[in-house]
Design a binder for this molecule. Structure first.
Ligand code: COA
Length: 105
């Protein structure tokens, strides 16, 4: 079953929710809250997240764009929402964001 999510910039969201997913997605080597704060203020970076219809955070991603190349720095889905197409939706959003930045910077 596909979970319909809406995508928002992480800057608009409470970082506690990001950290909750980060810590379970990467238990042994997760980023710190400060790392996320630094990344979000990096002008080359884009960080966005997926919200369920109820407003829960289902997942997030980040990428750096350098000229016409994008480097995905992270992507994770909350264990409760895995195998429901969330990461796939996030990947499509990465592609959309890249096009916007290259063609409508
Ligand atoms: C990897 C991860 C982001 C996938 O998230 P997700 O929302 O469950 O992925 P989707 O439901 O969009 O899956 C899309 C496709 O990816 C593949 N896939 C997803 N999880 C998979 C798994 N555990 N094993 C094999 N294939 C998988 C499948 O082809 C799937 O399509 P299907 O469900 O129709 O078979 C999630 O498991 C996660 O957060 N893992 C921990 C963090 C991580 O490893 N991040 C990636 C490395 S940076």
């Amino acid at each position: 079953m596909i979970l319909k999510v809406s995508i928002k910039d992480i800057a608009e969201i409470d970082l506690d929710e990001v950290m909750e997913i980060e810590e379970v997605a990467y238990p042994n080597h997760h980023w710190s809250r400060v790392s996320f704060e630094n990344e979000i203020s990096n002008k080359l970076a884009t960080y966005r997240c997926a919200l369920t219809p109820k407003g829960d955070m289902a997942g997030f991603y980040g990428f750096w764009q350098i000229l016409e190349e994008a480097h995905i720095t992270t992507i994770a889905t909350h264990p409760d929402f895995r195998r429901q197409g969330v990461a796939k939706t996030l990947m499509f959003d990465i592609i959309d964001e890249c096009y916007k930045k290259v063609y409508h910077p």
